[in-house]
Design a protein around this ligand. Sequence first.
Ligand SMILES: Cc1cc2nc3c(=O)[nH]c(=O)nc-3n(C[C@H](O)[C@H](O)[C@H](O)COP(=O)(O)OP(=O)(O)OC[C@H]3O[C@@H](n4cnc5c(N)ncnc54)[C@H](O)[C@@H]3O)c2cc1C
Length: 393
Amino acid sequence: MRSLPVIIAGGGIGGLAAALALARKGVGSIVLERSAELGEIGAGIQIGPNAFHCFDSLGVGDEARAKAVYIDSLRLMDAVNGEAIAVIPLEEAFRKRFRNPYAVVHRADLHGVLLDACRASDSIDLRTSHAVTGYDQDGSSVRVRCEGRDSLAGRALIGADGLRSVIRQQLVGDGEPRVSGHTTYRSVIPTEQMPEDLRWNAATLWAGPKCHIVHYPLKGWQLFNLVVTYHNDVKEAVAGKPVARSEVERGFEHITPRARQIIEHGKDWKLWVLCDRDPILDWVDGRVALLGDAAHPMLQYFAQGACMAMEDAVCLGHMIGHHDDIETALDRYMRQRRVRTARVQLDSRLIGEYIYHPSGAAAEVRNHVMSRLTPDEWYDRLAWLYGGTGLDA
Ligand SMILES: Cc1cc2nc3c(=O)[nH]c(=O)nc-3n(C[C@H](O)[C@H](O)[C@H](O)COP(=O)(O)OP(=O)(O)OC[C@H]3O[C@@H](n4cnc5c(N)ncnc54)[C@H](O)[C@@H]3O)c2cc1C
């Protein structure tokens, strides 16, 4: 059964990275994507040095580096008094410590780099309009069911089908994701519309009571990415719904006008109600494994969901390359990845509560602690995350 391809459900960042990682080990794959076209939404994404290690492992380091904007700091601002709490430099000392930069990139560009590499590979078969509905396996192969189509046989199945993964529903069966009650609104604006005094070469976070704003430059400084989030305790999950600016502004009336004014410049706002899941220890069933958001969906507060999906892909390729027995390879992959990804899931919730959204005394404690850290102390605290490559637990 070694000659059968690995089937990958989902052609997002995780699924394409997995196909590339397998191709690098001489393993063929079929990527089944539900949508009629492969693509990503028009927003930005932050990529830590750990993701750059992955780009190199996947053979797309130069292409990814060419698309990135290299910010020079992570800037944490108090959204109530308008003052800087901390500025973490990302220049030479950071790059030396983590052997790679921290950058921001347009999602479509990042996805496009992976997609181009997949299209250039003879070992990867990309199929759109293929909605996977489930699987059966018999110890020697797996049959993957697709809506309105014949089933496909594979050596293994990787469920990279995102937050509402159907593969996870069969494998784990833990129902709908947890609705966090945090509503995120996204917009992208031309740089000339960004208030001039805020055009920082930084990923900037304005942290306020039950709300925050994130902005950073994109696409060679042509655009600014805006992500503003309001903890309004909504109960229903929503994804990508267009909303009026007045609705976005409602959650930010209590913060400094200097930060609030950013929202006025946004256009075509869309909203997402953020969801995650509790970490689980088992996401493999024989020849079937989960990857990326399907395995460990997290809140975005560490800006690491896509980075973790790429790390998963690198680790999966490594294990399949090292173990002839596919079930052993998938089991080793999951064991290697589960503690690290669970830590990012849990810590993302914690930093949402204690860094992004606190008020009163808790906000004072945040400011007191974080404003006193030196760059080296910041790097020490982040080393477990940014020093990773996908192959470390
Ligand atoms: C507001 C916000 C900001 C974020 N910022 C960052 C950041 O700065 N840095 C970072 O690293 N991460 C960030 N993330 C997280 C990141 O976007 C996700 O973790 C990442 O996109 C997950 O990739 P994935 O491939 O696992 O899943 P997805 O991107 O969800 O891809 C899943 C794919 O599977 C397809 N699919 C679904 N069901 C089926 C099916 N049944 N059959 C076939 N195909 C199917 C989908 O169409 C999709 O193409 C952010 C998330 C949010 C919400």
